[in-house]
Design a protein around this ligand. Structure first.
Ligand SMILES: *Cc1c(COP(=O)(O)O)cnc(C)c1O
Length: 375
């Protein structure tokens, strides 16, 4: 049985437009009519929603997640001479934030779920290590018991990169609530995306919240007094208003992503050439929201090309490279064989809100056909 050829793009911005166009036009008109552009009630409302949803005391909207990580590290006092441990399998922004505050990113391996490997983290400890950034990648939260106990043992600051993990949980606690601070992204292709850039920093710590607020708003406190240098990295009120609107769909977005992950598991789980992400409902410690569905695949490049010919969009995350594999960034002597092996096999197959069950079936059918004919 073969289905007629169809087009399954990796991410379909047009479907997003059709689904939200009218709703968002109303929101935009409303913001314009109120002339409410900078630090207005929509930002405040969205910050409160985020704080109560994640279960932390403070949420501060920022211009993007990269700024959020940088501001969180700065507020935590990370500076020149410090080392910060993070997985090499992450977006360059995680390491760039460390560099920007003057510290050195130290890259470590990921485990079979593609998240930071706690053993590799502990092995990378030196006298200079001051902080760790667990990256809650692909909508999954790291094994935070292991990471927090190592961090505690060596008195490290924990800042979570939760850019890909809004709604993800470990032992019923949300990503973004474990560290001294955490940062989220609302980049359009993220689980909750706005119409441009946006981010949020979370913390339970009052003094940290004050520092973060000042750093993102020219050194000013909420009352307006200045007692330190700051910068401008605010979440636009218009983006906050848009996020408040899309927020209404957040739970159903997660439900749908998990449904798609179940379908992939059911249809592809038996293929020995593939290594799939952890299945939903299999491990009760984790609640994954599937920002990405990142598989490992034998004969990956040929599979990707074949799927492209069949109209199916796939992506290698970070353009196929872990951070230590980039030249000229200072990681020439770094050896991470597990990550090297993983990046030679990894591939993200479509998972998004415009995907129908028939699309998923088509993707699975083509992958199965590829392996049936390649052995
Ligand atoms: C998207 C992303 C970021 C950066 O988010 P921006 O809002 O684009 O700055 C950081 N880390 C990870 C893991 C990401 O996926």
């Amino acid at each position: 049985m073969t289905t007629a050829k169809r087009s399954v793009p990796f991410f379909n911005y047009k479907v997003f437009q059709n689904k939200y166009g009218d709703r968002l036009n109303r929101v935009i008109q409303d913001v314009i009519s109120r002339g409410a552009f900078i630090l207005q009630k929509d930002v405040e409302e969205f910050e409160q929603k985020m704080a109560s949803y994640i279960g932390v005391k403070h949420a501060i909207g920022v211009a993007n997640c990269t700024d959020g990580l940088e501001i969180a590290l700065m507020a935590a006092g990370i500076q020149r001479g410090d080392e910060v441990i993070l997985p090499s399998h992450t977006f360059i922004a995680t390491a760039a934030a460390v560099k920007t505050v003057g510290a050195e990113p130290v890259l470590v391996e990921c485990g079979s779920d593609h998240l930071m490997d706690p053993k590799s983290f502990e092995n990378a400890m030196t006298k200079k290590t001051r902080a760790v950034i667990p990256v809650q990648l692909n909508g999954r939260t790291c094994d935070m018991d292991a990471i927090l106990s190592i961090a505690e043992k060596y008195h490290l600051i924990v800042v979570e990169d939760a850019a890909q993990a809004l709604g993800s949980m470990y032992k019923n606690k949300k990503a973004g609530s474990f560290g001294l601070a955490a940062a989220f992204s609302f980049y359009p292709a993220k689980i909750l995306g706005c119409l441009g850039d946006g981010g949020m920093v979370m913390t339970n710590h009052d003094a940290m919240a004050d520092k973060i607020y000042r750093l993102h708003e020219h050194g000013r406190s909420q009352a307006g007094d200045i007692n330190c240098w700051g910068r401008n990295s605010r979440l636009d009120n218009l983006q906050a208003a848009i996020l408040n609107e899309i927020w209404q769909d957040h739970e159903s977005i997660i439900t749908r992503r998990r449904e798609i992950a179940v379908l992939y598991q059911e249809r592809l789980g038996d293929l020995k050439q593939l290594h799939l992400p952890p299945a939903p409902q299999l491990d009760f410690n984790h609640f994954d929201v599937y920002q990405n569905y990142e598989i490992e695949a034998g004969n990956r490049d040929a599979l990707q090309m074949y799927l492209k010919e069949q109209g199916i969009g796939t992506l290698q995350q970070w353009n196929g490279k872990a951070i230590h594999q980039h030249e000229n960034l200072g990681f020439d002597t770094v050896k991470l064989p597990m990550t090297d092996k993983m990046t030679s096999r990894y591939l993200m197959i479509p998972i998004n809100m415009s995907l129908t069950n028939d699309d998923v079936e088509y993707v699975c059918e083509k992958i199965r056909f590829f392996y049936k004919n390649s052995i």
